[in-house]
Design a protein around this ligand. Structure first.
Ligand SMILES: Cc1cc2nc3c(=O)[nH]c(=O)nc-3n(C[C@H](O)[C@H](O)[C@H](O)COP(=O)(O)OP(=O)(O)OC[C@H]3O[C@@H](n4cnc5c(N)ncnc54)[C@H](O)[C@@H]3O)c2cc1C
Length: 544
């Protein structure tokens, strides 16, 4: 049997109609290596990518040789925990993976989440989409599994630590995620499958002694001064109880604005950071498929097509104009597509009853007739300062302005203001809009005016970008596409500083800011990786 070493990989390119079953792939690999098929060791697909450039669709496969006894996925397993528990505020990807990694080292934790477990949370999501009712503790952002649970479940990340990315993906597969995410170049789970994975992760941890409490909103930190040093002493909950702890991880996500208030009240330093905001665009999926796949669009082996767009704009932005003076017209800001969801739905991701936020998700099959994507404009700290808004939490105020303007323009019950892309590019609103995946419904109007409520000139930059993209992608600027307001929660406008070595707050010993809300992640995988990083730092500090 030809048993090449584990590192040997064979790259294959397959056309749309070429077979890709094991026998066919073995034949191709054997031919490539110049050996008989019968003598070939078992093969495995290690990576699968699709290349649709210039309308010629090909699959690129990386084939390796399966080791005789592969190590178990997601090893090591969590084990029975003991000792003084770490308190983790937030059961999103950062908090959950922090607890998981701690349990691998046998360290106990209590995970507190303001929201509900996945099943009960599902009912509140119905309330949001069908009746426009926002529960500020249970919604698309808050609850078991955090914003990751009913998200789209795309697992791409810009993080470069391949071993750590692989570990997160393996743990997800170990807990019920589909195995194809181990090999897909652009892995995706889908919001129908994520809830089971999140539940399985929690149950595995509970079996090891990790405690989870839902409906447990943290409202403050206990602080003690020992030997002249400020240390965290525990957390206070909304029901008036307290939990004593010398180690507290805050992984509360970027939508929990109240968390920034109580962190500041406990003397924890915060810093403003750049972020992005804009709208969501929705096209009929066949338009995007035709753009990406050309004549191959509709082929049964092709999934709903995705796209990624970037444009650098120099159009004046009010903040930059004031900040940079006469040279402001040359200030460049990125306009980019964000969290593109092929075959997806636009969903209401509001967390406050007077503000409207939209986001996108899809099921694992990605089979809705629509393609949606965030289209957002970069906002720098200087832009916000030029509006006269100062301090580390100023960006939250700009987000709020946009969300409240959208809620008013939509007319209530989470209806979203919307403008046809063609009208927007011409600088005007719409009187009618096409059908949409957004269940609370759209209100035809002018999203340009909604964007202007921030005080920043976001609309001219987006207009310029859409013109450029329309010139590049036939059919992108069309009457059938609609801009839906607003996409305001792409990233946190606040960072909670931490020491580069200990990963603790320099202002409060024992406090570990983590995940997206603290400004150290953007997406499910990077938030999970940050949770793991924090757990390793805690284990180091405890000498575990
Ligand atoms: C609709 C939607 C689609 C998305 N699609 C994708 C995608 O396809 N791919 C991707 O990578 N990312 C996606 N994201 C973003 C992704 O979900 C987040 O980047 C990720 O979940 C951040 O993880 P986190 O653990 O840092 O915070 P979060 O997931 O936000 O979790 C924070 C948790 O803290 C809890 N909490 C907040 N305040 C308190 C408090 N005071 N007390 C107790 N608990 C508290 C919340 O209930 C929440 O469960 C999507 C987000 C949404 C909303």
């Amino acid at each position: 049997m030809a048993a090449p070493d584990d590192d040997l990989e064979v790259e294959l390119e397959l056309g749309l109609d070429e077979p890709d079953d094991d026998a066919a792939l073995r034949a191709r690999v054997a031919a490539r290596l110049g050996v008989a098929v019968a003598t070939l060791a078992p093969i495995e697909v290690r990576r699968r990518a699709i290349d649709a450039r210039r309308g010629r669709v090909r699959f690129h496969l990386t084939i390796g040789f399966a080791p005789a006894a592969p190590p178990p996925l997601g090893a090591p397993d969590p084990r029975e925990v003991a000792g003084a528990p770490v308190v983790i505020v937030g059961g999103g990807p950062a908090g959950l993976f922090c607890a998981y990694q701690l349990a691998r080292d046998g360290i106990a934790s209590i995970v507190l989440d303001r929201g509900k477990p996945v099943q009960a949370r599902r009912k509140d999501l119905k309330g949001l989409t069908r009746h426009g009712v926002v529960d500020p503790d249970s919604n698309y952002c808050f609850g078991e599994g955090g914003a990751g649970t009913y998200s789209d479940g795309k697992l791409y990340t810009r993080a470069h630590k391949r071993g750590d990315v692989r570990d997160v993906i393996e743990v997800l597969v170990r807990n019920g995620a589909p195995e194809r995410i181990l090999v897909d170049a652009r892995p995706h789970i889908g919001s129908n499958k994520l809830p089971q994975v999140v539940t399985a992760l929690r149950e595995r941890l509970e079996a090891c002694g990790v405690e989870f409490r839902f409906g447990a909103r943290v409202t403050g930190l206990g602080v003690e001064v020992r030997d002249g040093r400020r240390e965290v002493a525990g957390v206070e909950l909304a029901d008036g109880t307290t939990i004593a702890a010398r180690t507290v991880v805050v992984a509360a996500g970027h939508s929990a604005r109240d968390v920034f208030d109580w962190l500041a009240a406990a003397g924890v330093g915060l810093a403003a950071k750049s972020f992005a905001m804009g709208v969501r665009v929705e096209h009929p999926q066949p338009i995007i498929d035709a753009q990406q796949y050309g004549r191959a669009a509709g082929h049964p082996r092709l999934r709903a097509a995705a796209y990624k767009l970037v444009h650098q704009s120099r159009a004046p932005i009010v903040g930059a104009t004031a900040a940079a003076g006469a040279g402001a017209a040359t200030v460049e800001r990125g306009v980019f597509s964000f969290c593109m969801c092929p075959g997806g739905w636009i969903v209401p991701a509001s967390t406050e009853p007077d503000g409207l936020v939209v986001n996108g998700m899809s099921l694992s099959r990605r089979d809705s007739p629509y393609a949606n994507s965030g289209l957002v404009i970069g906002v720098e700290v200087d832009d916000v300062a030029a509006l006269g808004l100062r301090g580390p939490r100023a960006g939250l105020e700009v987000q709020r302005r946009l969300e409240q303007a959208a809620a008013i323009a939509g007319g209530g019950a989470l209806r979203a203001p919307a403008t046809r892309v063609t009208d927007f590019v011409r600088g005007r609103g719409s009187t009618t809009v096409p059908d949409t995946s957004y269940q609370p419904g759209l209100a035809a109007g002018d999203v340009g005016e909604v964007l202007a409520a921030t005080g920043l000139a976001l609309a001219p930059r987006l207009r310029e970008a859409l013109r450029a993209w329309g010139a590049r992608m036939r059919g992108y600027v069309t009457d059938e596409a609609v801009l839906v307001g607003v996409e305001s929660r792409t990233s946190s406008p606040v960072r909670v500083p931490r020491d580069a070595t200990t990963l603790t707050s320099p202002d409060l010993a024992g406090l570990y800011p983590a995940g997206e809300g603290a400004g150290y992640a953007g997406g499910i995988v990077s938030a999970a990786m940050d949770g793991v990083r924090i757990a390793r730092a805690i284990a180091r500090a405890r000498g575990a």
